[in-house]
Design a protein around this ligand. Sequence first.
Ligand code: OGA
Ligand code: NI
Length: 372
Amino acid sequence: MSPAMATTKERRDEESPYQKGVKQLCENGLQRVPNKYILPSSERPNRNVEDFNVAKENLQLPIIDFADLIGPNRPQALKSLANACETYGFFQLVSHGIPDDVLRDMMDVSGRFFDLPFEERAKYMTTDMRAPVRYGTSFSQTRDSVFCWRDFLKLLCHPVPDFLPLWPVLPVDFRKLAATYAEENKNLFVTLIEAILESLGIMEDKEKQTEEKDLLKGFQDGSQLMVVNCYPPCPEPELTLGMPPHSDYGFLTLLLQDKVEGLQIQFQGKWVTVDPIANAFVVNIGDHLEIFSNGRYKSVLHRVLVNAEKSRITVASLQSLAFNCSVRPSPKLIDEKNPKRYKDTDFGTFLDYVTKQEPKGKSFLESRKLTC
Ligand code: OGA
Ligand code: NI
């Protein structure tokens, strides 16, 4: 490239409308996807062609009934849970006890946030990965070479009273509705992770050991990041993705999605679309739980398709231990037959990693594996 061309390109990037996000880009109508969002052909979703790596039918994820998990059917429900975590790394959680109107209000106020004028949303825009409130587009709008078709709002949530004063002031009911949702979500996570630990054979003692009590306390005091995703309709959805293939960093992600499908997971070597179930959570294992379980439960790759007709909103809650805690394979799952397979890791290491390079697929988790 000649120096003159480079200068032109730089100028174009500086003035790039893409930094303002997809919602803003679509505001005045758009017939084509701009080059900035067009993936190399090998990374496109290819869903309209006969493609070897795309499943023909949607996937019915295993359904875990939370009421069973906390009732007399617990032993059976724990087996189903272990099976879902081992085979899919994903499941749908139903009868979870969070009232429908709490879910509906969260979805509704998220939609109204993204409908605010750009200037209002832009108040929360920052490139600081460690900011407690961050509005942005793509994955990282300063680093991604190709942008994905997504705008997001990320909020740290725990403890709510510490962070609430930093959350968006508009819509006026945002803080109240998001706080109720975040707190309900946290309680659900704590009960669910306790069941997951039991399904791994770690909590079998009825009289809980101090070590186990400390672990549960660690989750109660742990980190909670809420990511509100907005995927506007896309004129050429076969050229781009709402999110590229990635795994989530924490122990569990609880995803609330509207009726519009879009989430695909890797299952038996193919990309399969997850069928949305009204008022259910799609729960998936994150990198930290894969490490903690010494590889028994897998953090599975997933990605998001966009579509031409409908806007899609999702709310992902990524839950883990506190940011300064280190995550290591549980000593109870390590023996001669199952040697330790991962290095100890912490959130700081992860942030340093993603700040320096584009996290492709499960590259962070791969970097934590012990090879001998
Ligand atoms: C995420 C994620 C899926 C979706 O936020 O990490 O994978 O369908 N979201 O929005
Ligand atoms: Ni994800």
